[in-house]
Design a protein around this ligand. Sequence first.
Ligand code: FMN
Length: 147
Amino acid sequence: MNSTLMTLSYRSLARLRSAADDLQQITRGSRVRNAALNITGFLVFDGVHFLQTLEGPIEPIGTVFQRIMDDPRHIEVVPFDVKVIDRRRFADWDMHLFDQHESNLLAPDLALTDFSDFWLSCVHDRAARALLERGVAERHRVSLHSN
Ligand SMILES: Cc1cc2nc3c(=O)[nH]c(=O)nc-3n(C[C@H](O)[C@H](O)[C@H](O)COP(=O)(O)O)c2cc1C
């Protein structure tokens, strides 16, 4: 089926009751629902803010984003980089969660950075992906070293 793809990113301010439990619940549910709707992307949590990038067919993205905006586990949801795309940038990403540690590897001063500016400044080129992949590589290196 040939359906138009779009991407949508947002930044929000977390309002979690129990961070570990809430994050597990969010990512677990998201992976199942997103897979069924053909939505890919990733989620970053730096301990204070969320940043999420969604990619997929326009209609399901709209439905899911509406639910996300209504979710009391975060507030001040500010979308950016909303556009139609020819192909996915994160096709093989099933809502990987970059946790606080990984988020610090991606950008150590994330808490001090204007999240949307940071993202907008790099999301249009391959730097974004390189940064994210470095985060994953670092994580594996860290866990290898700690074994
Ligand atoms: C930061 C954050 C990111 C989320 N990402 C997704 C997502 O990618 N896909 C999804 O289906 N739900 C996601 N959710 C959960 C939705 O907000 C919502 O709880 C879920 O879709 C179930 O909706 P329902 O309770 O109305 O059925 C996210 C929630 C938060 C707080």
